[in-house]
Design a protein around this ligand. Structure first.
Ligand code: SAM
Length: 381
């Protein structure tokens, strides 16, 4: 793709003599990477799941690049929550958690859909931690819930709230992750639309929106709490300048200055991550007086009953029927299942694939009615 002229003139000074190598990297294919769910996969199952040639992502345990992109939708283990498909640079979050979070925490992932960083946090936060995975845009909450339920952890709630709602929950979280909506400069290779929609004006709008989001929820972070702020964009306005603004206006100190990931240096997409610590006396409450007359508090989204069967700590003892791949895909398409083993009891049965639960059916003898959540049905033939 041809890069926007203004983007080139603004970004070249950040790279100097590396510019050409950066441009060349944008012409190459985006790497494909996945992160395994260590709480779900069985010992020695890694090779079977990876299947293709692979190479580890060095900054994230259980994460691998694949040599090519399989059709993940047609792999039942993907739907069983055995792995998540995630861009590798953003998995650097794991290094931060390992270095700075040593004891159980209450963590808010404020901009969580579709759930890449939330599922990662669930795998790496110290045991005893609790995660609130929030998404303000209602239409994006269902994919977030689906991914969280499939990942199977019990110590998480999914919410659908405005950042302002969290501002009313004073000093509630030890860790706040804001993976902010941004101008997406780091996504130009993967998503041509990001390049077409880019403009200086949009960068400025994004930077202002990020400040609003930060100010709105700041009160919910405890004093001395950690803010992890990330974007998938390179410019200074949405990174350094916002970090300086947080320190000055909200009250924080920099723990780690913005660290940029460039596709020519790191096998992944563009990404930028910073860490701050909230200092004692935050003036945030005075910044936006009477933020809203809306008294709605953070509310939990209704999770499907399906949770119990996807959990890493299953709490039911229904009979299981381990099916082959083609039956598993029919199940995921929400078709009724036939050819039921004669020994299978009538009633609720858990469908498993390679012993990983996918969901329930109701066995009525001649066939099994499909109880897979309607909204999760796969549409690929
Ligand atoms: N953290 C996610 C992950 O790792 O899968 C990706 C988050 S994406 C970069 C940013 C998210 O912010 C989107 O889900 C978007 O819907 C949400 N968002 C958009 N406008 C917002 C706003 N005004 N306040 C809070 N979140 C917003």
């Amino acid at each position: 793709m041809e890069l926007p002229k203004d983007f080139v003139s603004r970004t070249k000074p950040l790279l100097n003599d590396e510019w050409e190598v950066f441009e060349q990297a944008l012409q190459t294919e985006s790497p494909v990477s996945i992160r395994l769910n260590p709480a779900k996969i069985f010992p020695n199952e890694k090779l079977e799941i990876l299947n293709l040639a692979y190479e580890p992502v060095s900054w994230a345990s259980h994460a691998f690049y694949l040599e090519e992109r399989p059709v993940f939708t047609l792999d039942p283990l993907f739907h069983a929550g055995c792995y998540y498909v995630q861009e590798a640079s953003s998995m650097y979050l794991e290094q931060i958690v390992n270095q700075y979070i040593k004891t159980p925490v209450k963590c808010l992932d404020l901009c969580a859909a579709p759930g890449g960083k939330s599922t990662h946090l669930l795998s790496i936060l110290p045991e005893g931690s609790h995660l609130t995975a929030n998404e303000v845009i209602r239409s994006r909450v269902s994919i977030l819930s689906e991914n969280i339920v499939k990942w199977g952890y019990p110590n998480v709630r999914v919410t659908n709230n405005d950042p302002k709602d969290f501002g009313r929950l004073s000093e509630s979280f030890d860790v706040l992750l804001i993976d902010a909506p941004c101008s997406g400069e780091g996504m130009f290779r993967k998503d041509a639309k990001a390049g077409r929609e880019w403009s200086i004006n949009n960068v400025q709008l994004c930077a202002e929106r990020q400040k609003r989001i930060l100010a709105d929820c700041w009160n919910s972070l405890k004093s001395n709490g950690l803010l992890i702020y990330s974007t998938c964009t390179y410019n200074r306005e949405e990174n350094e300048e916002n970090i300086e603004w947080i320190c000055r206006r909200l009250g924080a100190e920099i723990v780690e200055a913005p660290k940029r990931f460039w596709p020519h240096r790191t096998k992944g997409e563009g990404f930028c991550i910073s860490i701050l610590r909230k200092t004692g006396n935050s003036p945030a409450a005075n910044l936006r007086p009477g933020v809203s007359s809306n008294k709605r508090h953070a509310r939990s989204d209704n999770q499907p009953q399906h949770d119990s069967v996807m959990s890493i700590k299953p709490s039911n003892d229904f009979p299981c029927w381990d099916v082959d791949k083609s039956t598993a895909l029919n199940y995921l398409r929400r078709e009724a299942l036939i050819n039921i083993p004669s020994e299978l009891p009538k009633g609720y049965v858990i469908i498993t694939y390679k012993n990983h639960p996918l969901g329930f059916v109701k066995n009525i003898g001649t066939r099994a009615n499909n109880l897979y959540p309607q909204g999760w049905r796969i549409r690929v033939l």
